[in-house]
Design a protein around this ligand. Structure first.
Ligand SMILES: Nc1nc2c(ncn2[C@@H]2O[C@@H]3COP(=O)(O)O[C@H]4[C@@H](O)[C@H](n5cnc6c(=O)[nH]c(N)nc65)O[C@@H]4COP(=O)(O)O[C@H]3[C@H]2O)c(=O)[nH]1
Length: 951
């Protein structure tokens, strides 16, 4: 199969040949033929004309000769002389006749070409004029032969053709001889009798000169043959044979004859008057010279045409076909995808093909750009597909003109559908819009409209979308509109992302921001803001009364410290639940932190808040089941009322807090309604702190000592140092009035150190001056803060040494809460204290929540039964059993006990009966000042005996 290029070039060359060379060839052939024929005809005409001209010229020559003969024949003198029969007898007469005839004949010698005139009489006379004078050797046989021929001829003048000259002495050996028989009437016979024959010899050379004047074509032959085939004239002696041969073969018009490798056109003119033949032979090559030129030109033109065709083909190949083939090849490569799109075809010239190549290059430019954009598009599509597959966002494309909507598979997933098995039924935007939650639809439409109007730079909306299962999920929708050239919106596309988790998280955060994690109640922030709103709202409606209840759990810290944080959390949750049960739905309950709760009671008229507070207190006091233990708690409630005209929620909460504090001070488990005095009281507390600090420095603190007696012997076993503040204005203040303040303000450290130092010093002094030799012990209270302060262990050794304490002479009292807070550390500290020879007593035992079994884990030396049990151990069987239980346990652990708060004899007796080792209480001794205590110690034995009697 030819490739297209070859096909085209073959077609082109073929076409070129067809339209140029072939016509040229035909024209050449036709013109060759025509011109050949024309030339032949022309040549024949030429030859004929030539022959005709020669014949005419020859005839003219011959006619002159014939006229000459006629003239001679007509000369009467000659005739008479020749007819004179006597002339030969008489020599004189003969000579005279000869002279006369010679004289006459001489007159005719002027004819050009004439060789001689010979007259031979019948009588044998020979008269001669011509080129020779010697006629003695006349060749009579020739004369006779000619005479015979002339006599046989019917012509006046008989041309004998080329014959040997009768005059052998003539320099013309052969001549063209014309003869005439002179005849006279024989009177006797009345017949014409020949008397002489006249021979006119004509020069062949002269005749040849005449013929030579004829212009012959090169190579042509011309010959004149006489009636015997003798050559009268020929221009080419070698051609004689040809002409002669063809004379004998016969001629016909325009025949051709081959001779000596040449081909001749032979023409013949028959001179009938003489029976001569004038023959011309023209070489065909000469004849066809013109034709050959035509052929040559035609061939040249053909070759030139072919060359031109080839050249045109070359040009066509180079300028047309090559670029086309390059374009075709490029197209093939393009189709085979193996074309380098950066490659361009060379552009030369400014013709249509160049334009084609230029456009092809532009096509390549466009294709490259298209490929590039297609590649970019494919990349974009791949990226889009990847994003569509990878993203969790649903994509949508809304054709605004056709009002159709495309939703990506992920979008369907967002609708809770399977994209493959549960496609949407239509591609209407309604599939989207109708699934938007009714509360959100208006907002979504508004956002779309704002964007379409160009007000919003983009569409963005959060709304709920209906799921297949009927639930709603939050989605965030983004979109961007596409405008046409006129700026009209034509489409809008964007994405949907499921933001339900975020919404939930936000909701949780919002909830967490305003709610307490543990109880789920509102927190301080929410309560404060809500209270602010309530204050603001009611500012316009003064009659709308409301109240804030500030609740602080009683003993929560103890629960937390003794049972652990988890138990404390459970208690708070249980408290929350009970509080909710006490409130209306319109009331707001919040946890401020720790064990503090606040309640906003709206529409709290007619002492509604009192009822609520009492209900709460009743609810909270009920025992809790925490960590498989029964826990007792309660609450202290402070109440702030709106009629005080609050404008700041924090102020109202603070006043409720103050009232709560006051409730605490009032014995807990009660409520107190705030009044301005309480604020004053708080101020006083602050002042107290300041004064206490000063008091520690100014030695306003004093120690009282409450004796501890051995219940079996009634003797003093020791005493407990109890701090007092000798306030310069307020008088003697008990520790309950300043120890909590000291503990909450870090003043407990200098205060505790002062107590320890002072008590040890005093004891040392008493030991030295008052009870020297007796084994008594001194008990000093330690606050939890002090216990865990490493400073204690640093100062203790110095004190013991300084004041010469014996082992077991000093005891430090700690409470149960100290043990529970950090049991390991507590045990370590106790060990260290005991290692110094200092006993550790567990104070207020029974009020905390430490498991009794835990006691064995702490190396304590003694248990002090809280006075709350002791004081009712007589009246209350329950408390009696508690005291008995504590005593039994302690005894099982080999721990002695001190019963605190013995106020009655019965109590004392009961305790003694129960085997309690030691006791202290107002019934025995009230706390005593230094002097009193010294006196007691001084009279120990006597007073002991006295007391013993009292029992
Ligand atoms: N109703 C009544 N009360 C009785 C009776 N017998 C004794 N008391 C009181 O019971 C408290 C016993 O001290 P506590 O349990 O350690 O309780 C002490 C102790 O926990 C704390 N405290 C006293 N002095 C100090 C101190 O120097 N340091 C520390 N950290 N706390 C101290 O203050 C608490 C109260 O001390 P005080 O007011 O001195 O009250 C003393 C005492 O006066 C009685 O028969 N009936």
């Amino acid at each position: 199969m030819l490739n297209p290029g070859k096909k085209i070039i073959v077609r082109f060359v073929g076409l070129m040949i067809l339209i140029s060379v072939l016509p040229l060839l035909l024209i050449g052939l036709i013109s060759y033929q025509a011109s050949s024929q024309a030339m032949q005809e022309a040549e024949q005409r030429y030859a004929r004309t030539l022959l005709q001209n020669q014949v005419e010229r020859l005839s003219s020559q011959l006619e002159q000769v014939e006229n000459l003969i006629a003239n001679i024949s007509g000369v009467e003198d000659i005739t008479r002389s020749l007819n004179d029969k006597n002339s030969s007898a008489d020599s004189y007469t003969h000579l005279a006749t000869q002279a006369r005839i010679g004289y006459i004949l001489n007159g005719y010698l002027s004819l050009k070409g004439l060789v001689s005139i010979d007259i031979f009489t019948e009588g044998g006379a020979h008269y001669h004029v011509g080129d020779t004078l010697d006629i003695s050797a006349a060749r009579l046989e020739i004369k006779d032969q000619i005479k015979q021929q002339a006599l046989a001829s019917d012509k006046q003048v008989y041309w004998a053709g080329v014959v040997d000259n009768v005059n052998s002495t003539s320099r013309h050996r052969q001549v063209l001889t014309a003869a005439r028989i002179l005849k006279v009437l024989d009177r006797e016979t009345m017949q014409q009798q020949p008397i002489a024959v006249i021979l006119v010899n004509y020069s062949l050379d002269y005749l040849a000169q005449q013929f030579t004047q004829a212009e012959l074509l090169q190579g042509s032959q011309l010959a004149l043959l006489d009636q015997f085939g003798n050559v009268i004239y020929q221009n080419n002696p070698t051609g004689n044979q040809l002409l002669i041969r063809y004379i004998h073969q016969g001629f016909h018009e325009g025949m051709f004859a081959d001779w000596q490798d040449n081909r001749y056109l032979v023409q013949e003119q028959h001179l009938e008057a003489y029976n001569w033949h004038l023959i011309s032979a023209v070489p065909e090559s000469i004849l066809l010279t013109g034709v050959r030129d035509i052929r040559q030109i035609t061939l040249s033109l053909l070759v030139l045409g072919l060359l031109l065709v080839l050249f045109a083909g070359g040009l066509f190949f180079r300028n047309i076909l090559t670029p086309i083939r390059a374009v075709v090849s490029s197209f093939k490569s393009l189709q085979g995808n193996d074309y380098d799109l950066n490659q361009r075809l060379p552009v030369k010239g400014n013709d249509e093909i160049t334009e084609l190549v230029r456009w092809f290059n532009r096509f390549l430019d466009n294709l490259a750009a298209q490929k590039e954009s297609e590649a970019a598009l494919r990349e974009s599509e791949r990226r889009y597909e990847l994003v569509v597959n990878a993203t969790h966002e649903g994509l949508w494309d809304w054709n605004l003109l056709e009002d159709t909507l495309y939703l990506s598979p992920r979008f369907l997933v967002l609708l809770g559908r399977d994209p493959v098995t549960e496609p949407l039924e239509t591609n209407s935007p309604a599939e989207w819009l109708e699934r938007i939650h009714g509360d959100d639809l208006q907002s979504v439409k508004q956002q779309i409209e704002l964007h379409l109007q160009g007000v919003a730079p983009h569409f963005e909306s959060e709304y709920r979308l209906l799921q297949k299962d009927g639930s709603y999920r939050w989605v965030l929708s983004h979109g961007l509109v596409e405008l046409d050239a006129a700026g009209e919106p034509v489409r809008m596309a964007g994405s949907h992302s499921d933001i339900s988790d975020r919404k939930d998280a936000e909701s949780r955060l919002r909830h967490d921001a305003f709610h307490d994690n543990l109880t789920g109640l509102s927190n301080r922030a929410w309560f404060t803001s809500y209270l602010a709103k309530t204050i603001n709202d009611t500012a316009r409606q003064k009659e709308q009364a409301f109240a804030v209840l500030f609740l602080d759990l009683d003993h929560f810290k103890m629960v937390n410290d003794t049972l652990g944080h988890s138990a404390g959390d459970q208690l708070l949750i249980e408290v929350s639940a009970r509080l909710k049960d006490c409130l209306r739905n319109t009331d707001l309950l919040a946890r401020l932190g720790g064990d503090e709760f606040v309640i906003l009671l709206e529409h709290s008229d007619d002492f509604h808040y009192i009822h609520v507070a009492e209900r709460i207190l009743e609810a909270l006091v009920r025992p809790y089941q925490i960590a498989e233990q029964e826990v007792l708690s309660g609450g202290s409630i402070g109440i702030a009322l709106s009629h005080a005209g609050y404008s700041d929620p924090d102020e109202m909460i603070r006043d409720a807090d103050i009232a709560m504090y006051q409730a605490k001070l009032s014995g807990k488990n009660c409520y107190v309604v705030f009044d301005e005095d309480m604020r004053e009281h708080l101020v006083q507390r602050i002042n107290t702190e300041r004064e206490l600090s000063k008091a520690i420095k100014d030695d306003q603190l004093i120690l009282h000592y409450q004796p501890v007696i051995n219940l079996k012997t009634g003797q003093i076993a020791g005493c407990e140092a109890l701090v007092r503040w000798q306030h310069p204005e307020k008088g003697l203040l008990n520790p309950d009035q300043f120890i909590p303040i000291a503990e909450s303000s870090n003043l407990i450290h200098p205060l505790g150190q002062w107590v320890l130092e002072s008590a040890c010093r005093q004891w040392c002094e008493w030991r030295r001056t008052v009870f020297c030799g007796l084994e008594l012990s001194l008990s000093v209270n330690l606050s939890p803060v002090q216990f865990y302060d490493e400073g204690l262990l640093r100062i203790l050794p110095g004190l013991l040494s300084k004041y010469q304490f014996s082992p077991g002479e000093l005891a430090l009292e700690i409470t149960e809460t100290v043990l529970i807070r950090d049991t390991r550390k507590a045990a370590r500290v106790i060990d260290k204290i005991k290692a110094l020879g200092v006993e550790v007593h567990l104070d207020d035992f029974g009020t905390g929540y430490s498991s009794l079994s835990h006691l064995s884990e702490f190396p304590i030396d003694l248990i002090k039964i809280d006075r709350s049990f002791v004081m009712q151990c007589v009246e209350s069987k329950k408390h009696h059993r508690v005291v008995s239980g504590i005593l039994n346990l302690a005894h099982e652990l080999d721990l002695p006990c001190i019963a605190e708060g013995i106020e009655t004899q019965d109590q004392l007796w009961q305790l003694q009966q129960q085997g309690c080792e030691y006791g202290q209480g107002y019934y025995i001794y009230r706390p005593l000042n230094v002097e009193q205590m010294a006196k007691v110690l001084n009279t120990r034995e006597a007073e002991g005996q006295e007391q013993e009697a009292t029992y």
